[in-house]
Design a protein around this ligand. Sequence first.
Ligand SMILES: [Zn+2]
Length: 137
Amino acid sequence: MSNKDVLVFEIEQAKGKPENIKHSDGYCPFCDTDNLVNIIDQRKDMIWLDNKFRTLKDTYQTVLIESSDHNGDIATYNQAKNREVFEYIYECWNKMLKCGKYTSVLMYKNVGPLSGGSLRHPHFQIIGLEKVTDTNT
Ligand SMILES: [Zn+2]
């Protein structure tokens, strides 16, 4: 395995990240939409933007806020909202795949206290890998 095949987590970059999974009264940057920066695209209450915390080396990290409802979840949205979320997330993911800048593009969601995620507010991650290739594709 060469360096080309691994994702490097840069722990320094994760310091100072807001967190409200363990402390539910913590500040939520995704509710504070007036102060969001580097927004890539927006549809209704869904917002796709740059991830401020670049924790993975040689990647372009973005997040997609699914809903303005802090406690919303794909398990509790109605059917129309779920379709809206998945349509939009696939569209954004596809844009990054097709732009040709990345060797692979990851799309995932980390939810729950043991997931490593730091924010309760429902969101997906879309990450363009600049060097590492997903060997399954
Ligand atoms: Zn929130």
